[in-house]
Design a protein around this ligand. Structure first.
Ligand code: ZN
Length: 200
């Protein structure tokens, strides 16, 4: 019996010869979708996010502490070999952290447009073809974090949680929540004391 597998050695396709790495499966299936037109490509993008990661195509990004949003290495140091900017493997946590520094340039009249900041960071990381799809996924992660933090009352306004958070929360607090949601998504502890002064 053949069980479901992500082993690309068993995946054959029009571009199959060029890659043997598991993490490229998502990009490849999206590419095959692109051949069928924009709608199919968008559908493929939604289907692959979270399961088959996108490739990071953008440059290394740093946070307000001048540390890599992928691995935490200071800008004066090289990235960890496992850093997403080294491996190219996209993660929603990296996107959420990268979005923090995009908040300031995405004001919302009152407060900040968090969704726009997340989308802008998505453009930086994965480019136009996947930015909307990864931004949707990241917003879901943030929504889940906020509902857990705010309590059951927030569940009733689920679709507006991120929007309200952007309007009614101070900038450093929004940034902190993005980092906390990222840590929660990765299953690691987040220490608010090491977050530093978010002024940029
Ligand atoms: Zn790094």
């Amino acid at each position: 019996m053949t069980k479901p597998t992500t082993n690309t050695n068993r995946v054959t396709g029009p571009t199959g010869e060029s890659s043997t790495e598991d993490l490229r499966v998502g990009a490849r299936s999206a590419a095959s979708g692109a051949a069928d037109g924009p709608d199919k490509a968008a559908e493929a993008a939604r289907a692959t996010v979270g399961e088959q990661p996108w490739r990071i195509t953008g440059d290394r990004l740093f946070d307000h502490n001048h540390e890599c949003v992928g691995c935490g290495a200071h800008l004066s140091e090289p990235c960890h070999p496992a850093c997403p900017f080294e491996t190219g493997m996209f993660s929603l946590a990296v996107l959420l952290r990268a979005a923090a520094r995009r908040l300031r340039e995405n004001p919302a009249g009152v407060g900040y447009d968090i969704s726009a900041a997340v989308f802008a960071a998505g453009l930086d990381l994965v480019g136009e073809h996947a930015a909307a799809a990864v931004a949707d996924e990241a917003r879901e992660v943030l929504t889940g974090y906020l509902i857990d933090t705010w309590g059951s009352g927030a569940e009733a306004i689920r679709t507006g949680v991120v929007y309200r958070h952007g309007l009614f929360t101070d900038l450093p607090e929004i940034a902190l929540s993005l980092y906390a949601a990222a840590a929660r998504h990765d299953g690691i502890d987040f220490d608010p004391d090491s977050f530093g002064d978010f002024s940029a």
